[in-house]
Ligand binder design. Structure first.
Ligand SMILES: [Zn+2]
Length: 79
């Protein structure tokens, strides 16, 4: 029985985890950002875009607002 022992794996070099830009915690994912934080970031961007669009719409409507009569829906009870 003359088996050599396997060489030990070199675990001294650990990959440095990147810091998530959203929550600030270390992330071990390849992109360097937590998957749940990606959703938060996208949602934030979307909300910012919506806010800008709403503000632009308000500024456009400030000039003269076209009067759009709302169609009245008669509630006729037929039984
Ligand atoms: Zn995160």
């Amino acid at each position: 029985m003359s088996e050599k022992k396997p060489l030990p794996l070199d675990i001294s070099v650990k990959p440095k985890p990147s810091v998530c830009p959203v929550c600030g915690h270390s992330s071990y994912s390849r992109a360097g950002i937590h998957p749940q934080c990606v959703g938060v970031q996208v949602d934030k961007k979307h909300r910012t875009q919506q806010a800008l669009e709403a503000k632009a719409a308000v500024n456009q409507d400030d000039g003269d607002a076209p009067s759009t009569p709302s169609p009245s829906s008669p509630t006729a009870e037929s039984n």
